[in-house]
Write a protein of this length. Structure first.
Length: 117
């Protein structure tokens, strides 16, 4: 009986190492397409958003502060959050650009929308 377990253990140990390498390669490819690629795409979109900021744009910060850009510098943005009230935030903390409706979703500026008839 002990001999049969020894034979089974030896048979299982003789598998092809190329199958194991192929399995690992498939797992790495799945992780790339599910995790890494979407993060890189999102980071690229955020960088494009930051490079396109200009005076007068309405933005939302990651902390939820709504404001209109008064001044853009290399690393900071000065937002006007109320009449005469300006705050400086890090440029990278800007989350979205566009007017915010009462429903809490970012929308395009009115002149960007197509007229409905």
């Amino acid at each position: 009986m002990a001999d049969s377990f020894l034979i089974l253990a030896q048979a299982a140990g003789g598998s092809n190492p190329m199958v194991n390498i192929g399995f690992i390669a498939v797992l790495v490819a799945i992780m790339y397409f599910v995790m890494i690629r979407p993060q890189q795409k999102q980071a690229k979109q955020h960088q494009e958003l930051l490079s396109g900021l200009k005076k007068g744009d309405e933005v939302v910060t990651q902390g939820g502060i709504l404001g209109k850009i008064h001044l853009v510098s290399e690393q900071t943005v000065t937002l006007e959050v109320a009449n005469g009230v300006r705050i400086r935030v890090l440029k990278r903390s800007v989350y979205a650009k566009g007017a915010i409706s009462d429903e809490g979703q970012a929308s395009a500026k009115p002149e960007d929308k197509k007229e409905e008839k």
